[in-house]
Each structure stands twice: as C-alpha cells, then as structure tokens.
Write a new protein. Structure first.
Length: 609
C-alpha cells in the first residue's frame, strides 16, 4: 500500500497493558478495513470454540478507510466478537460521531482481550490511551454513564458505552454511542460487560490522513453534489419519514411480520407507519457524520404513561415491537424504544422475544402467573414493563434476557422462535420475499438484513427488479448483495449509500466510484478484481470462523413456520419459503460443498488456505 497506514490499539484488560501496533499493509489491502480486518484478527488470534464470556474472547472495534473522511455516510464502525446469543461470529455496526473521533485520535481499530478485575473505561485523549476506574459509573443508564464519562474526561469527547443490560449480560445487549446510536445486535454489549469494560471515550485532534487528498476531495465533491440532488437521490423517503416509512411498503407487499410471524399483514399498520411518527412525534431529523440523508428521528412523546424523548424508532423497531406484537400504540412502541437506548438493548430481539412470549401465553404454554402480569397480543403497557425488566433480569425478564430461542426452547416449543442461528429476524417476511429467507439462513451472524439485504431488489427494485415470490435464480443475487455488504462494512460506509455506490450503473455512482474512493483514500491501487476478491475473502473468512466453531448446513436454517406453513392472507397468501432448493444453488455459487464448508480450491484462490 502506497498511502498512509493507520494503527491498531491493543488493550489487555487482564494485565492493563496498552500498546500500539502498525496495521500490516498487506492485511489492510486484502481485507480493506472494518469488518474485513476484524474477522482477520478473530481467525488469527482466538479459538472460535471459546466461551463468548471468557477472557479469551476478543472484542474488536474497527473503522474503515472511508470512516470520517467526508465520504457520504462515512461514519461507521464495526464491533466484532463471538456472540453469546448465537455462538457465531458477529459484526455489529454503528454510526454517529464516535467512529470518526476514533480515527481522529489516530486509531483504525481497538482490540480488547482479557477481563478487568474491576469496572474500567478506556480514555483515549488525542492519541494517549489509559484505563480508568468505572466503579462509580457501573449500574448507570446509558445517558447517565455518558454524562459521567464526559465529566471525568473532556466534554468534547465522544462516548461508546454499555447500560445495565450489558452489565447484566443480557444476551442481546448492545453498545451505545452518542446516547442513541447502537451497535445493537448479537450481544456485543454483553461481551463488553463480561470484560468489566463500561465504555470507550475518545477525543481526537488529528486530521484524517488520505493517500491522495486533492483527488479524494475533487471526487467526493462531485459525488456529494450528485447524491444530494433531490431529483436523483434514491433514499429521499428516508429523509422525510426515516426508515419507519418502510412499514407502508412491507404492508402493501404482504411481508410485514405480524403476530410473531403468523401473518404478513397488520390491520393497525397505519397507526405505526412513518408518516404517523412524523406527524405525531417528530421534533427534527438528524444524521451521522457526513450524511446527507439524515434518516434518524429525534422524537418526543407526551401521552401519559409513555412520556419520553430521544431518537427513533426505526423500521425494525416498529415491526418487532409493533406489528409483531400486534401493538398499534405508537407511543408505547416509542417508549420501549427509548428504554432500549437508555438501558442498552437490541430493539429487534427485544420486540421479537416479547412477541414469542405473547404466543407462548396465547397457546397456554406459559401462564400469566409465570410472567407476573397479563400478557396479551397488543398490550403496549406489557411491552414497556417487560423491556425494563429484561435489562435488569428481574422476574420474567430474566428469561426474556436470553432471547426468544432459549425462552421458547425452555418451554418445549423452540419452533415458536423466529430465528436463524438463534438470532431473531428483521422485518421482512421471507415467504413473500424468498431471497430474504436465504439471506437470513446464510448470514454469518444469524438472522440479519445488514449482512446482505436482497429486499433491495426483491421489494424496492434497486438496480434491477426480481420476482419476490420466485425461488429459482435467488442464489446468485443473494451472494452478490452479501459480497456488496462486506465491502460496504469494510470501507466504513452506511449501506444506504454504499449499496447504491456499488449497484448503480451511472458513471460515478458505480463500483468504479467505490474504487476511486478507496484508492484515493488508501493508495492501495485496487482493481475491480481486487475488490471482488476482498469481498469473497471476507465472506469466506467469516464462514471459516463458523465452521471452526462447529456450524454447518444444519445451522443455515429457517423455522418450520417459514418453510412449511403458508401465509394465510395478503399478496403472498399461500406462499412458503423453499430454503433447501435455494441453499443447494447458493453453496454452489459460493464454492462451498453440500454441507456448507468452503472447498479447498475456494480457500486457495482467496489466500485463506
């Protein structure tokens, strides 16, 4: 690599040793950054069979080469570790301002290992890192913790921290930065809590270095002008109504998960859709660093019993806590969302686990005496109460804290958990969008849309349209968008911009544009073949982690509700998701054997042998 190479900060929480390490140029080029370099270190330096809560489990915070550079949506970082929820690798993504600050402090990433004897936080002051006591902050909520961490360091710094959920090892606890931004999925906050690490506080002063700053600036200005042109911007709806505007689309297509995935349409959808959120509760919209979309919602609720203010909810929260629980009370959904942010919980798994509990009660498998309160479909008050209990593992919340699979399995009905690899699905019903089912099943982190979202072409028609109800021909496009996701995550971009950059056919908003960004930022002289190989290398490196952790074809699965039970109504009425047929094709296009193990020639081609 001809350009500037950044540094990795290594923190041994057991010994307190902290040291810098220059990032290897060959690794940087082969894996790009972010998610790519994260999986490189996980494979190289830890045993995939280790207990996620053991000191041996690494936790890696990694930015990308475009993080903080001013590239549109270049504000992302990945938290990578072994998930306590799934037992698989995870790469939980967040934006905001903190990732840029980490780069300005001189670090591309931080690798944590071990476990501190007492609660601590990491304070990086303009490139000078130290561990400080967090004993007085332990037990505090995310807003309280953030305020205390800033008061003990510098009010201009940026904070990523856990709340009570992470401290109590809730298996789907997240890491929150800027109070509302979440690396939310798969329990990364629980891993952080298991290490007695309360937070990371960063203040930078450096200008982010680029290999070709003039060329980067010239190209970036051209892209910004094009991307923010209202006549051409694809995600204009996100600016107006945020991601919750998707409710209207999934309802129309019959793929809005409802009643714990028993249905694909919800009669109360209009009460929870994006326009309703905008009209009733929106204070202003907000964006991460360098983002022209500004899809985040700053909201305020004044209804008695649900008062609060903060950020959100996003579409995935509205589905999980709304239609999936048959709740049409947007105030209750928004309040539960605020609690998740304040306590450090993943809203998708929280809502989906409550929905699973509602079905367990509805079918008579769990009594309301066991829950400690009434729990019926549509009960917004129960949602709010159980969200709080879950973070503190109080009462029935102690069972909810382990996610829907362990909850349902504990009562002898694991089939009622809508998961893959024990992680709950996001809000796209795969019986009416078949490639989404394939993506959920094969995602390295379990049920997820952020490690590859074929809904871009199945539902939204981005780049090209594809029949969502067809099974044939889904393997190639699914692999393609998973590879695309790997590049976007590695580069440090948000998928809303990155997907367009890699998918559009326009002369600048295209894969060649991504090459220009990466080459002017890093000086790596990437070719298109290099980029394709890097994506496949990341995907296969993650698959190797799973294989070495004991995963294979049996784990690339969907619940029988999705594969065997036809949708009862709506545009996708009568549909199921034929996963096994798609899976055979998928393994073939990936270069894996019929059990989902990468073939020797595939690994050799990618330099992974």
């Amino acid at each position: 690599m001809k350009g500037w190479i950044g540094k990795i900060l290594r923190v041994d929480l057991t010994t307190g040793e902290i040291k810098d390490e220059v990032l290897d140029p060959g690794v940087a080029k082969d894996y790009i950054g972010g998610r790519g370099i994260g999986i490189y270190y996980l494979n190289k330096e830890m045993d995939p069979t280790c207990d996620p809560f053991s000191p041996e489990n690494l936790m890696i915070m990694m930015t990308g080469p475009l993080t903080g550079t001013g590239a549109p949506t270049g504000a992302r970082y990945m938290v990578m570790t072994k998930s306590p929820l799934t037992g698989a690798v995870t790469c939980s993504n967040s934006g905001g301002m903190m990732p840029r600050e980490m780069k300005r402090a001189g670090y591309d990433g931080i690798i944590f290992k071990g476990k501190s004897e007492k609660p601590v936080f990491l304070w990086i002051n303009k490139g000078k890192p130290e561990l400080k006591s967090a004993e007085d902050i332990w037990g505090k909520t995310v807003p309280e913790s953030t305020d205390m961490l800033l008061s003990q360091t510098d009010p201009k710094a940026r904070v990523a921290c856990i709340g009570p959920a992470g401290e109590n090892k809730v298996l789907f606890a997240g890491i929150m930065n800027e109070r509302h931004r979440a690396a939310g999925r798969s329990g990364v906050g629980a891993v952080m809590g298991s290490k007695n690490l309360k937070g990371v506080v960063v203040l930078g002063s450096d200008k982010i270095k680029l290999a070709q700053p003039d060329a980067f600036k010239e190209f970036n200005q051209k892209i910004l002008k094009q991307y923010t042109d209202e006549a051409k911007i694809t995600p204009v709806g996100l600016t107006i109504n945020g991601t919750s505007g998707v409710v209207a689309v999934t309802q129309e297509k019959g793929i809005l998960p409802t009643k714990n995935w028993q249905q694909g349409t919800f009669d109360g959808w209009e009460d929870i859709q994006g326009t309703t959120l905008t009209e009733k509760y929106l204070v202003k919209n907000q964006g991460c660093f360098g983002c022209p979309i500004k899809c985040a919602r700053i909201t305020k609720v004044t209804e008695p019993g649900f008062e609060g203010e903060g950020e959100g909810p996003e579409y995935e929260t509205v589905y999980a806590m709304g239609s999936n629980c048959m709740i049409d009370n947007l105030a209750a959904i928004t309040k539960a969302n605020y609690l998740c942010n304040e306590l450090g919980l993943d809203t998708i798994t929280m809502g989906a686990t409550v929905a699973c509990a509602m079905e367990l009660v509805d079918r008579g498998y769990v009594s309301e005496d066991e829950v400690g309160r009434s729990l019926k479909w549509g009960d917004g008050e129960a949602l709010v109460a159980l969200t709080r209990q879950t973070a503190y593992r109080e009462g029935f919340g102690d069972k909810l804290a382990n996610g829907s699979y362990r909850l349902a399995d504990g009562y002898g009905h694991p089939e009622l958990a809508m998961v893959s690899k024990k992680q709950e699905f996001p809000g796209y019903e795969p019986r009416g969008a078949k490639a989404m089912g394939l993506a959920y099943a094969t995602s390295p982190i379990g049920g997820s849309h952020m490690r590859g979202d074929p809904a871009y072409f199945e539902i939204f028609g981005t780049t090209f349209s594809m029949d969502p109800l067809a099974t044939k021909g889904k393997a190639g496009p699914t692999k393609r968008i998973q590879d695309l996701s790997a590049i976007v995550d590695a580069a440090g971009l948000c998928i809303f911009f990155g997907a367009r950059m890699l998918a559009e056919k326009d002369s600048t908003m295209s894969p060649t544009g991504m090459l220009t960004y990466l080459n002017t930022a890093t000086g790596a002289d990437y070719t298109m073949e290099d980029l394709v190989m890097a994506a496949e290398r990341i995907t296969n490196a993650e698959r190797l982690f799973l294989v070495n952790a004991g995963f294979d074809r049996k784990d690339d699965s969907l619940p029988k509700r999705i594969t065997d039970e036809p949708l009862p109504a709506g545009p996708a009425k009568g549909e199921t998701c034929d996963l096994q047929t798609m899976l055979d094709d998928y393994y073939e296009v990936q270069g894996w054997d019929n059990n989902g193990i990468p073939k020797a020639e595939t690994l050799k081609k990618l330099g992974l042998n």
